[in-house]
Design a protein. Structure first.
Length: 472
């Protein structure tokens, strides 16, 4: 018997039944549906709508259902449409006619809204744990090889040298913001819709606050229409997941380039690589590539949910059945991506020499050299012009680094400046050695001595703070 079929004379068309069923998706909510039902049964008992023995029978039946769901012993009946009707039918088979009282004061509208909030809350907690796994992997790599020097880039061109640890900690910052977004979403979603009914509110004196507290919610929804129609929390989580995937994709993109032999900065472990069915020489960082590719699906799912919601009038519409596939997929994809990227990062091998050689290319210490002149009183624009001339001269002479320029080149550049302070420095004792020291990788790194900079002492402090925050 269809639990909603009292007013219908004809059976559903098979095509309609196939098209509208959702058990293959919302079976994922079974544990949460049972938790909500147990709390609802206790609420019905407090309201005097169920006798104590009925509460006990329903709770016992629901607990046995929970055990069977957790053990994978439940075979869902597709003819029963969704997880709610499946569980209610199974419960009634176990406890008898009293099962028909379970749905008193409740609609599938507020029921699924509650289930989905419970599921999403658990999902956020799982994602937070997975983000921490990747953060710890990044910090672990920074601890092992963080003093390697990396060519920092802008416009995909050599810019300034940075410590590898500094670069890795940039991703830790991104992931910390991801954790914050998920935490914010968790706070907003943690109110209980149960008791909102179909749209107007339950027709019985239910203590919604007591039921909400039992389920771990911070309170109850304030408006019954909004309670059953709201899926903002789904968008919140999908948006956080999409941005989290974007962050992983950026890291994945760098690893794919860095592992290319033309860079050779890192070697991806065999355990996180694949080969080619045709080319015996190939070693591909496939997990990173797939993370990059699956990011598109998570972004697409967010767009789908926003588009789903944009035209819905109040209150519940059946369109909202489609909120789950994209949410479930986003959570699953992000969770798996975080964990595979953690394994990839944990097993990376760093080639310090290749990194350092690349950091020496492109005259990356030019800014530090200009800053050294500024500290001697030369206006920055004049210093910029002087160092630009030194770069051009070195390039013309085939000299690969500014630190390799002869003393005379530094003096001539100062002496030929339009700035009087610069000219006065041309004959200053030790000026060439001073500028050469500033133009080394170590001099450039040390000069960025501000909070958040790449100076070794600053990075050491940031790394210690990260270790403390992450409990490692």
């Amino acid at each position: 018997m269809r639990l909603w079929g009292g007013r219908f004379d004809d059976e559903p068309d098979a095509r309609m039944a196939d098209f509208t069923r959702s058990i293959d998706v919302d079976g994922e909510l079974a544990i949460d549906d049972i938790a909500g039902s147990i709390a609802h049964v206790r609420g019905l008992g407090r309201a005097g709508l169920l006798a104590p023995e009925e509460v006990e029978a329903l709770e016992r039946g629901l607990a046995s259902l929970r055990d069977d769901v957790e053990a994978g012993r439940i075979a869902w009946d597709p003819s029963l449409e969704d997880v709610h009707l499946n569980l209610e039918t199974l419960l009634t088979e176990r406890v008898g006619p009293v099962g028909g009282k379970l749905h008193t004061g409740r609609s599938r509208n507020d029921q699924v809204a509650t289930d989905l909030r419970l599921w999403t809350r658990r999902a956020i907690d799982r994602l937070d744990a997975s983000v921490l796994v990747l953060e710890r992997a990044l910090v672990g790599l920074a601890d092992r090889d963080g003093d390697a020097v990396l060519p920092g880039a802008t416009h995909i061109q050599p810019a300034q040298p940075v410590l590898l640890a500094h670069h890795l900690l940039a991703y830790v910052e991104m992931l910390e913001r991801d954790r914050g977004r998920f935490a914010d979403a968790r706070t907003r979603l943690n109110v209980a819709p149960l008791g909102a009914g179909a749209l107007a509110g339950a027709g019985y004196p239910l203590d919604r606050a007591a039921t909400a507290a039992e389920l771990g919610f911070d309170g109850v929804t304030a408006n019954s229409l909004d309670a059953v129609a709201d899926r903002d929390f789904v968008v919140d989580v999908q948006a956080a997941a999409a941005l989290g995937m974007v962050h992983l994709s950026r890291l994945a993109e760098e690893i794919t380039w860095w592992s290319n032999p033309r860079f050779g900065f890192v070697h991806v472990a065999d355990a996180f690589s694949t080969g080619s069915s045709m080319m015996p020489n190939k070693k591909n960082p496939d997990p990173a590539e797939l993370v990059r590719g699956r990011t598109a699906g998570v972004i697409g799912g967010l767009t789908a949910t926003l588009t789903l919601l944009k035209g819905l009038p109040l209150a519940y519409q059946r369109d909202l059945q489609e909120d789950k596939p994209a949410l479930f997929s986003a959570v699953g994809t992000l969770d798996a991506s975080l964990r595979v990227m953690a394994g990839l990062v944990e097993t990376l091998t760093i080639d310090r020499d290749r990194m350092r050689a690349a950091a020496e290319e492109g005259y990356t210490t030019a800014t530090a050299l200009a800053d050294a002149l500024v500290r001697r009183g030369v206006p920055f624009r004049a210093a910029h012009h002087i160092v630009g001339g030194l770069v051009g001269g070195a390039e013309a002479e085939g000299i690969g680094t500014l630190a390799a320029l002869p003393d005379e080149a530094f003096r001539a550049a100062l002496d030929g400046s339009d700035d009087a302070v610069a000219r006065s420095l041309a004959d200053a004792p030790g000026i060439a050695a001073e500028l050469r020291a500033a133009a080394t990788l170590e001099g450039s790194l040390a000069a960025a001595d501000v909070v958040g900079g790449t100076a070794p002492a600053r990075v050491a402090t940031a790394l210690a703070d990260a270790r403390s925050r992450l409990g490692i």
